[in-house]
Ligand binder design. Structure first.
Ligand code: TRH
Length: 386
């Protein structure tokens, strides 16, 4: 039997759940599908525990789902070549401990070293994907690895069994109803337009609630606890705690607990329309093959609007109703339209195009499948390195 490859994945949580969400997903996949011995170094265990309840907060080292989790407390510490893995990945240019880098330079052969970058649909990514960055002093070379939407990028994170699991779940109305019933969704609400809502606090949620409340068609909106709290609380007239719900007019809002990652996928699969944000939920919504609107992570000088446009251009250039909705949702300028959204009209346009939008989402999902998956693409590239 050959010794399995070892891999260290370094994750610094900048904020929220996307950094650890992506790293945890990647770590599990490398371990489970590629049989690599993975250690995930992470600096923030409480955020990790929110998406993976098995994580113990006061453990320096622990095993979850076959992955070793190491609490990354500081940049200090002594390391030798024996501490270094065959493959080293730093997520999002997080600086790994200087002595660990020095130990990497002592290894023979040198570890394969990657900087896994953030996802963007902008074209420049294709030119930067797999570029090298030689260390200024040590005999080490790091490679940039970019996720993306074309075959000239690393593709998107996706587990091997995901597609089959999704298709099976979506073909089984009883399984979907049972799943949503766990959160209190009734048989009557099952036939409403089911919407999951995950966004940043500045999304115009109250405006949308008003439209849905006064609409003709029943809408059941499922919101994780802690998301859009002000608007949800105002609608409920009470604390937005998991389990709370209210119906006003055509709209029912239900507050869900934060669920483990695999259940979050099921939520996206079971809903007719998903609001997602950041990076990881955004990608999962694409794999769900259902219509979605993306709330992009805000950046200085509205840099995120450029990224949002680059994505919309690829995803729904031919569907102005959903493009306009997405731009308004992110407070971005809508070409040739009023600055202030008329939310009633904006939602009505999306509703009118829903069949076409649903079809387009399924097409997009199939198109993304053709790019392979990020973990396999990264490992394939690693084998080409000297
Ligand atoms: O939480 P996010 O906003 O995360 C990030 C970070 O802010 C990060 O710094 C930034 O770089 C990035 O966005 C762009 O959104 P995201 O990426 O969708 O991550 C959320 C994770 O939480 C994702 O893995 C899905 C998971 N999740 C659950 O597991 N259960 C839940 O109930 C919900 C709502 C989400």
């Amino acid at each position: 039997m050959t010794t399995p490859l070892t891999l260290h994945l370094f994750c610094r949580v900048v904020d929220n759940y996307g950094d650890i969400g992506i790293c945890w997903r990647l770590a599990r996949q490398l371990q489970q599908e590629h049989h690599i011995s993975v250690t995930l170094w992470v600096d923030d265990l409480p955020s990790f525990q929110r998406i993976c309840p098995e994580v113990v907060l006061d453990a320096e080292l622990q095993q979850v789902a076959g992955v070793t989790i190491r609490h990354w407390r500081s940049q200090d510490g002594e390391y030798t070549a024996a501490d270094v893995a065959d493959i080293v990945i730093e997520f999002f240019a997080c600086d790994i401990p200087p002595n660990y880098i020095a130990a990497m330079a002592q290894c023979e052969p040198r570890p394969r070293w990657f900087n896994l970058e953030g996802l963007t649909a902008e074209e420049w990514v294709e030119g930067c994907h797999t570029l090298t960055s030689p260390h200024p002093r040590l005999p080490l070379t790091k490679h940039f690895f970019f996720p993306g939407f074309t075959d000239k990028t690393g593709g998107l994170l996706r587990e091997a069994g995901l597609e089959q699991e999704r298709l099976q779940f979506q073909a089984d109305p009883a399984a979907m109803a049972d799943f949503l019933a766990r959160f209190g969704v009734t048989a009557e609400e099952m036939v409403a337009t089911k919407v999951s809502l995950f966004c940043y606090p500045y999304a115009p949620v109250a405006e949308l609630f008003e439209v849905w409340q006064n609409g003709q068609k029943p809408v059941c909106c499922l919101v994780p606890e802690g998301v859009a709290s002000a608007a949800v609380q105002a609608f409920l007239g009470s604390e937005a705690q998991a389990g709370a719900f209210a119906t006003r007019g055509a709209l029912t809002v239900r507050v869900l607990p934060f669920v483990p990652q695999p259940d979050y996928d099921k939520l996206l699969w079971a809903c007719d329309f998903n609001f997602v944000r950041g990076e990881d939920s955004f990608v999962r919504a694409q794999w769900a093959g259902r219509p979605f609107v993306w709330h992009i992570y805000p950046q200085d000088e509205n840099l995120h609007h450029k990224k949002l446009r680059a994505f919309l251009q690829r995803y729904i250039a031919a569907l102005p109703s959903l493009a306009a909705f997405s731009l308004y949702w992110n407070h971005a300028e809508v070409p040739g339209a009023a600055q202030q959204a008329d939310w009633g009209a904006v939602w009505a346009a999306v509703e009118a195009d829903m069949a076409e939008i649903t079809e387009k989402s399924a097409d997009w999902q199939r198109q993304m499948l053709k790019n392979g998956d990020l973990a396999s693409n990264l490992l394939k590239f690693a084998t080409t390195l000297p």
